[in-house]
Design a protein around this ligand. Sequence first.
Ligand SMILES: O=C(O)c1cc(C(=O)O)oc(=O)c1
Length: 322
Amino acid sequence: MTASDAAVRHGQTTGGFEKTPGWLDWFDGPRTPAFVLPAGAVDAHCHVFGPGAQFPYAPQRKYTPCDASADQLFALRDHLGFARNVIVQATCHGADNRALVDALERAGDRARGVATVRADVGDDELAALHAAGVRGVRFNFVKRLVDTVPTDALSRIVEKVAPWGWHVVIYFEAQDLPDLYDFFSAIPTDVVVDHMGRPDVTKDVDGEEFGLFLRFLRENANVWTKVSCPERLSVTGPRALDGEQYAYTDVVPFARRVVEEFPDRVLWGTDWPHPNLKDHMPDDGLLVDYIPQIATTAELQRKLLVDNPLRLYWPELSREGA
Ligand SMILES: O=C(O)c1cc(C(=O)O)oc(=O)c1
């Protein structure tokens, strides 16, 4: 533990920042999962927040979280049994990737990153991000998280990052997919959708809304998706708390459908430290125990947790890679 981490207590926000009212802090002391992750498993969606005293939150942020440091993330990684992390730039840091880069550098080869950049980003900045382990950029279309960036600016970013072999991570809500469908389909790089495009799980898994998302994956072989965040999508629970082994059963049919139809284009991540949850904060150990509900065989689990993330983020280690 570094001196700066020693100063960061769970749930605290440092640097003179005050947490958004009602903020739920990440779960302290998660269980050891009953599900033993396959060797080499990757937590392919997680964040670091600050610490605010060292890496100030962006002035244009829409929320102020509690701090969640790189060392705290690495402790969780080891506790849950993951080998590696993909750390995704959180919107509370805007396009200031310093906290992300610091975490990547301290993780050594055990983390890769997804950054946020502006359309005027220079090649020197991209080179430095690449050297630190960044392999993708994130475009966010969720209006409560960011101000809208025009799609022509996003297209300029795609042109700049494509030569680096990076992919584009997109975060949007299901009701916005019809409007964004053509823009997304025209992205020439690999594309990774966060949290299954946030389906409304009270609707039918065979219905029109989720049908459009499945069509998007079928029609675009370069599109992958994270089957993450049941704790965000679930309406009925049960919550991943108090030893619950079969959490978020209403989300299971959606995630399972995607894992079974697109086994080579799915990723999974904890989403720790779970920004903006309103209802409850899950026990991350029990969240890992959710995985066998959606990837029901050892082969599907290995693809979801090991083969797919290695192919995208560590191709040099991948059995199918270089
Ligand atoms: O739904 C969210 O609130 C959320 C926010 C962020 C972020 O602020 O970066 O990232 C996520 O993956 C999910």
